[in-house]
Design a protein around this ligand. Structure first.
Ligand code: 6R9
Length: 652
């Protein structure tokens, strides 16, 4: 075994399948290998070229001001309007009749919104906000289901320079009120409710309760979505009565490139949520370029679908700002993948002829569990690019996605990035890269990501360590809202002059990057640092495992012992022999050091609304502790179900 006690992070998994792009794909690809050379020759000139993909009212004086690191300013002196770049310029170019959003409501209601219609609605909303006293710099909180008005609200804020803070529809009163308070928001835009899992789910009562603690909020603008009974307070206004009747004349004013565009709260694993601040010119440059390059978007012919929620950064950069700045036609779906049946996603792909699909590993593993026969019932031949984001994608899930969704012909792009990075940082380019299942591969042109050891030295190929970013990038966070010190301490204090992302990673023999999960989750077993990702991937590599989450639980002999929680596929239940087989399978795949001490079969795993497994809660169970903070769980009853399941005796 290659590991030594000094290793930063063990490199156990080897995967040697590769999938080069087809010559036809490469021939028409938006971006070629030359982009890497161009960016390597002059990084700032490269980003300057990408910034010219946008319309600016005033040119910049300087591409990057890094005089006071890590507080970056990009395109200083430049001025633009972000919403005008997403809407007005397309309409002015004669594309007003192009569909911007094919909306598919969960109950089956649909709407096609063209760019001209979207612009009209955004202008009305901008006039409404201004009429309510919202000025440039004022913060607006958006708490909405996945409906076109959510995008309208964001773009209206951008248009008048009022930074938005979108909070996941469905977050609790506590989560909502703490975000409203931290941002000091003046206005909240919400809906009466949204449809989820076949039922109307009320949102307005949560806003009402949250506002009891938030004196800064003057007005609440309420979109009617479900039509359910809600209480009306004096500060509440109906969207239909205000935006619906407002003037559609509105001239977008340019703002400075560094004008704040949005705050988005990220909870991290512990502590107070951090308000990640993004600004305008650099953010839009990178969101727009990466959407064009990584998904190979051809706006005239593609139908793009990102299944993320608008409350996640993925919804900001790859539903609203990236795609719309590129004039894309996209699908927006309100509901869950199993309502009213487990083929809903594939029915939508078939119905709209979706060509580019961007989703999360958690969804892909769920589809694997539901069975190959479900996507097989639908015509998915329109698809040509598949993307993944949010967590490391296990090689087996990657290969399943390529075969069963992509018909074995679509490039799969595994995109690594964060709320903090604003846009994609590490990813294959679909017409260039020979992809490897489970690897995000290399920094995009103009981005310099590295894997370093504790001293901040680059690890050699084959080594493991910490993922860092060596050079500033256009869509980087500018600070944590109201807390520069926390910004410095959280991201810049670990390694001199480098941004630390909090993720473990390794380089393979070709220098390609493999993400290994959050460093907080790394397990220390008999002196070896073992990543959660590798053990989980080994488990998912077994034909009876759909999903796995592993944690290190304190162990008197080894320091920590590996405890695995698994969801089964293809088999109804487990047995002591089956559990033994799974443990041996991991030992065989990764070496005896990674053999789980315990394998526990569960029906579900605790996840955030964006689909990330919350291992910290599983650690509480594995160590038999009281379960910690569950406020950001998608379903906060899941932990009690796991506990009940354990007591009824499925333990090894
Ligand atoms: C976009 C987004 C960021 C964290 C990040 C990492 C994990 C995201 C990943 C990935 C491996 C990928 N992550 N994409 N890990 N491979 N392709 O997810 O933002 O919600 O802020 O989460 O998600 O751990 O540090 P955010």
């Amino acid at each position: 075994m290659a590991s030594t006690p000094q290793e930063t992070l063990a490199n156990l998994l080897s995967e040697d399948r590769t999938f080069p792009p087809s010559p036809e794909f490469t021939r028409t690809a938006n971006v070629t290998a030359a982009a890497y050379d161009e960016a390597a020759a002059d990084r700032l000139a490269f980003w300057e070229t990408q910034a010219h993909r946008l319309d600016w009212s005033k040119d910049w004086d300087r591409v990057l001001d890094w005089d006071n690191p890590p507080f970056a300013k990009w395109f200083t002196g430049g001025e633009l309007n972000v919403a005008a770049n997403c809407l007005d310029r397309h309409v002015a170019n004669g594309l007003g009749d192009r569909v911007a959003i094919h909306f598919e409501g969960e109950p089956g209601d649909t709407r096609a919104v063209t760019y001209a219609e979207l612009l009209d609605e955004v202008k009305r909303a901008a006039n409404t906000l201004t009429g309510l006293g919202v000025e440039a710099g004022d913060r607006v909180v958006i708490y909405m289901p996945m409906i076109p008005e959510a995008a309208v609200a964001m773009l209206a804020c951008a248009r008048i320079g009022a930074p938005h803070s979108v909070v996941f529809g469905g977050f609790s009163v506590d989560a909502l009120s703490s975000r409203i308070e931290d941002a000091g928001a003046k206005l909240v835009i919400c809906a009466d409710g949204g449809f989820r899992k076949g039922k109307p789910l009320a949102l307005k009562p949560t806003v009402d309760a949250a506002l009891e603690r938030c004196p800064s909020v003057e007005k609440v603008l309420v979109v009617t979505r479900t039509g359910q009974e809600v209480d009306w307070n004096e500060r509440d206004l109906r969207w239909e009565d205000t935006v619906g009747t407002a003037s559609a004349e509105h001239e977008a004013q340019p703002f400075d490139a560094e004008h704040p565009l949005f705050i988005l709260y990220t909870s991290g694993t512990t502590g107070r949520p951090k308000g990640i601040l993004h600004t305008s010119g650099g953010y839009l440059t990178q969101a727009s370029y990466t959407h064009h390059a990584v998904f190979d978007l051809k706006p005239e012919t593609d139908v793009y679908w990102c299944t993320a929620d608008i409350g996640w950064v993925t919804g900001h950069s790859y539903i609203v700002y990236g795609p719309m700045s590129n004039g894309a036609t996209q699908v927006m779906y309100e509901g869950t993948p199993d309502t009213p049946h487990t083929g809903r996603f594939w029915e939508i792909v078939e119905k709209y002829g979706v060509t580019i699909l961007y989703t999360a590993p958690t969804a892909i593993r769920t589809f694997m569990k539901w069975g190959d026969d479900i996507p097989a019932r639908f015509d998915l031949s329109s698809l040509r690019v598949l993307g993944s984001v949010g967590e490391p994608i296990n090689p087996e899930a990657w290969v399943w996605y390529r075969e069963h969704i992509g018909g074995g012909k679509c490039p799969v792009v595994d995109t690594w990035w964060q709320t903090e990075t604003g846009a994609i940082m590490v990813s294959p380019l679909p017409g260039v890269t020979a992809t490897k299942p489970g690897s995000a591969q290399r920094s995009l042109p103009g981005i310099s990501v590295d894997v370093v050891d504790e001293q901040g030295e680059s690890v050699p190929n084959g080594g493991g360590g910490f993922l860092t970013i060596r050079e500033p990038w256009p869509s980087m966070l500018r600070t944590i809202w109201g807390d520069d010190q926390r910004f410095l301490d959280t991201y810049w204090a670990h390694f001199d002059g480098m941004y630390f992302a909090g993720d473990g990673a390794k380089k393979d023999d070709d220098g390609d990057v493999w993400l290994l999960g959050r460093v907080d989750d790394i397990m220390l077993v008999s002196g070896h640092n073992i990543s959660t990702t590798e053990v989980e991937s080994a488990l998912v590599g077994h034909e009876t495992v759909a999903e796995a989450a592993v944690v290190g639980a304190s162990d008197p002999v080894t320091g920590q012992g590996i405890v695995a929680f698994v969801i089964l596929r293809g088999v109804a239940e487990s047995s002591p022999e089956h559990v033994a087989e799974l443990r041996n399978h991991v030992a065989k795949t990764l070496g005896p050091i990674a053999k789980p001490r315990q394998v526990i079969v569960v029906a579900e795993l605790p996840k955030t609304r964006s689909g990330k497994i919350m291992r910290r809660l599983l650690r509480d169970i594995a160590e038999d502790r009281e379960i910690g903070d569950v406020t950001t769980l998608a379903d906060n009853t899941v932990m009690s179900r796991i506990k009940v399941g354990l007591r009824s005796g499925s333990e090894d």
